[in-house]
Design a protein around this ligand. Structure first.
Ligand code: CTP
Length: 416
């Protein structure tokens, strides 16, 4: 995911410095070239050899260290970097960077870096909330630095409060969001529905389906990485939620309808990946229904078809994409839905195809539009998501209602 990218990790003197070994290791697993610069104080908390072993690169500490190939190191490194993350960032480094002080390897490199810069502070709560530190952080933001908000919890000094370095995975997610993909969907609002709806029978039971929300979340993550502003209306799902997207949790088809209707009003692209119940129990009992001998039946009522409603009430600027899961006549049946619901695109998959459908991390999709059909081989849901977004962007570019600001481009390298 980060192949060909160089990330500089700037580590300062904080007990949280040990967590950065994990960050370096996670970045390496994403095929990123990781360069580590430590302040002299950071070396008191974790040995540079740890980072050298994990990254395969010399860990830089002092500007006047002569024990490496001659180059004006801080400049050459700054030129090669795609991103600099200072984490954990002490109050001291934040103060220095906010005021342009360059008195060691990390601060000189940071000043020379023209790439994106992320600061993840970690310090005692009172230091973090000190107006001087807060002002310095605002100042850095004004200079274009991205600030990762510190987490709250038990701190090493014994206090409890804000000031913890966020979990390693979140730091990596910040880096991935910044540099993993070109921001070809910047300026667009994408609405995705994901997961299964749950239709209550009584306070104990409900009707649902096998959808896990993985495909919807993959689409949301891919659009977010491409710079779109993403909202997910999510039904029941236990899949790992993507970061940096707005989540609107719902339970029933009716709740999903209301949430989608509201969010779709200003969306450029709506992708209905949720498995919405077509029927709900006609009556929802207040008390638990007791069993009795013999058969029992539940009367069902049709739910609102959300996508059909959107198709009937659409504006020219909104791109509508549905999903279609079939077990036979996949393309024919899906095309019928495309027409009936007045969609721009429908993504069909066959539940009976190995690797496709509910719960898997892979999918086998056919992208259908009014005048085209494109079948793809088995691929990960992340790759399928990119193929779907590429197809949407391509189609949207042919739409005369698309404004310049929303223009997005087809990237052949993302179709795998
Ligand atoms: N959908 C919806 N509202 C519903 C039902 C489905 O918006 N009440 C959306 C789904 O999110 C999906 C598409 O419509 O994008 C699927 O269409 P649908 O006709 O419901 O497909 P199936 O349920 O597979 O159709 P059928 O039951 O007729 O096979």
């Amino acid at each position: 995911m980060l192949k060909g990218k160089t990330v500089i990790l700037g580590i300062t003197g904080s007990i949280a410095a040990y967590k950065m070994a994990n960050v370096a290791s996670m970045l390496k697993k994403l095929h990123c070239n990781v360069e580590v610069i430590m302040t002299k104080n950071a070396v008191n908390f974790i040995n540079p050899i740890t980072f050298e072993t994990l990254t395969g690169n010399k860990c830089l500490i002092d500007t006047f260290d002569r024990n490496f190939q001659f180059q004006v190191e801080h400049i050459s490194l700054a030129k090669r970097a795609d991103l600099l993350m200072v984490a954990p960032a002490s109050a001291n480094i934040i103060g220095k960077l906010a005021n342009g002080i360059a008195d060691d390897m990390l601060t000189t490199t940071a000043l020379a870096c023209t790439c994106q810069k992320i600061i993840a502070p970690a310090m005692n709560t009172n230091m973090y909330l000190n107006p001087i530190v807060q002002d310095n952080m605002k100042r850095l933001q004004n200079y274009g630095f991205e600030m990762v908000e510190a987490a709250s919890g038990h701190l090493a000094c014994g206090d409890s409060g804000i000031g913890k370095l966020p979990e390693e995975k979140l730091l990596v997610e910040h880096i991935v969001r910044s540099i993993a993909r070109e921001k070809d969907m910047k300026g667009m609002k994408v609405l995705v529905s994901a997961g299964a709806t749950m239709e209550a029978i009584d306070p104990v039971r409900y009707i649902t389906n096998h959808s896990t929300g993985k495909m919807g979340f993959a689409l949301a993550k891919a659009a977010m990485l491409r710079g779109a502003s993403v909202t997910v209306v999510k039904g029941h799902t236990e899949a790992e939620e993507p970061h940096f997207v707005k989540m609107v949790p719902v339970k029933s088809a009716q709740q999903m309808f209301e949430a989608v209707k509201e969010e779709a009003a200003d969306a450029d692209i709506v992708i209905m990946a949720a498995a919405v119940a077509d029927y709900r129990p006609s009556e929802v009992y207040d008390q638990k229904v007791k069993k009795s001998d013999g058969e029992m039946s539940i009367a069902l009522t049709r739910t609102q078809d959300i996508l059909k409603y959107l198709g009937e009430n659409r504006t020219a600027k909104t791109f509508l994409c549905g999903f279609s899961m079939e077990t036979e006549h996949v393309v024919k049946n899906s095309r019928k839905k495309l027409e009936k619901k007045n969609l721009d695109m429908i993504v069909a998959n066959n539940l009976k195809t190995a690797g496709a459908g509910f719960g898997t991390d892979t999918n086998v999709i056919t992208i259908i539009t009014k005048d085209s059909e494109q079948a793809f081989d088995l691929m990960s849901k992340a790759q399928a998501a990119d193929c779907i977004l590429d197809a949407i962007c391509k189609q949207k570019n042919q739409n005369p209602f698309l404004t310049d600001a929303m223009e997005c481009r087809l990237h052949s390298n993302s179709v795998r």
